[in-house]
Write a protein that binds this ligand. Structure first.
Ligand code: COA
Length: 87
């Protein structure tokens, strides 16, 4: 785990995850094994990240999302399964 990381209440971080600097993981999120959350990413409340996934730097995972594919840098994903947020 890096510096300046927030792991909020009720979060589950499974085996062999890597969490880089300045990451915020909100309440009740669940990270499967070997997930990598890169710098300044935000994982929303209650989100689930499947095992082996990479969450790119500065990306946002919306509350309640289920992430089954890698998330590129600086992208916001929402929903089940998680998809890029269309503006
Ligand atoms: C994903 C998120 C960052 C988007 O925020 P935003 O850019 O302000 O987007 P908006 O609220 O304008 O919503 C845009 C659209 O996405 C939808 N949406 C927003 N958040 C969503 C979510 N978590 N899941 C599914 N859809 C979502 C909205 O319904 C809206 O859809 P519409 O255009 O069809 O009406 C935000 O909603 C979110 O989930 N943040 C995490 C919050 C959290 O977990 N906080 C923890 C406490 S610190």
């Amino acid at each position: 785990m890096g510096d300046n990381v927030i792991i909020n209440s009720g979060v589950i971080v499974e085996h062999d995850c890597v969490i880089d600097n300045h990451v915020h993981i909100a309440t009740g999120a669940r990270l499967g094994g070997t997930v990598h959350v890169m710098e300044e990413a935000h994982v929303g409340a209650g989100a689930t990240i499947k095992q082996h996934i990479t969450i790119g730097a500065r990306s946002i995972v919306g509350a309640g999302a289920v992430v089954v594919k890698d998330v590129p840098a600086a992208q916001t994903v929402v929903g089940v399964p998680a998809k890029p947020l269309k503006r």
